[in-house]
Design a protein around this ligand. Structure first.
Ligand code: ADP
Length: 188
């Protein structure tokens, strides 16, 4: 299956992506994780994006597209993939559609994970305690939610208009969300 995962920061889509990727034996492509790995390795790309990540802002569309294009061209993506964290802006979504068209590739759907804002704040607080990510402070988190509402939320209508939107209620514990996800994808 070829899937896109959409949803606000802290909604738990990375967790679900990991579980589903294992079930389907396809790569889980988290652009956030790819960028953090580059920062940790001190690569040229990492040096370029570190301050952007720390501020909770978005890396430029051109740069992201290059990163994703390169990753999707790897042979392990042939049988499927879960794109987690990309696209995050309308230009990225349009560029991804063009890329799919060029490759005559049909993707299966964009899974939208949603929960109410209070639940997100609670999840972020526990993730902060566990992972110690530099972009998880309350201030940066508020900024990331604002960026999501402004730049990423319009993708919901974009994929709905393409009849590709798959909505998943992400409230409840990990197992119950996984069940809802599998059932939305007709997996058992
Ligand atoms: P989360 O899963 O909490 O929403 P991610 O790990 O996906 O966050 O992303 C962390 C950061 O990486 C983002 O705040 C942003 O700075 C950068 N990033 C990741 N994906 C993209 C993208 N598609 N476009 C621009 N910036 C991105």
């Amino acid at each position: 299956m070829k899937l896109i995962f959409l949803g606000p920061p802290g909604v738990g889509k990375g967790t679900q992506a990991t579980i589903l990727a294992e079930k389907l034996s396809v790569p889980h492509i988290s652009t956030g994780e790819m960028l953090r790995a580059q920062v940790a390795a001190g690569s040229e790309l990492g040096l370029k994006v570190k301050s952007v990540l720390d501020a909770g802002a978005l890396v430029s569309d051109d740069l992201m597209l290059e990163v994703v294009k390169d990753r999707l061209s790897a042979s392990d993506c042939e049988k499927g993939f879960i794109l987690d964290g990309f696209p995050r802006t309308l230009p990225q979504a349009e560029a991804l559609s063009s890329l799919f068209k060029e490759q005559s590739l049909e993707f299966d759907g964009a899974c939208l994970f949603s929960v109410d804002e209070k639940a997100i704040a609670e999840r972020m607080a526990s993730r902060r305690a566990e992972e110690n990510r530099s972009d998880d402070s309350p201030e940066v988190q508020a900024k990331r939610i604002a960026v999501y509402n402004e730049q990423t939320a319009p993708l919901v209508d974009f994929y709905r208009d393409l009849s590709k939107l798959i909505e998943v209620n992400a409230e409840g514990d990990i197992d119950s969300v996984t069940k809802k996800l599998f059932s939305a994808l007709n997996l058992s």
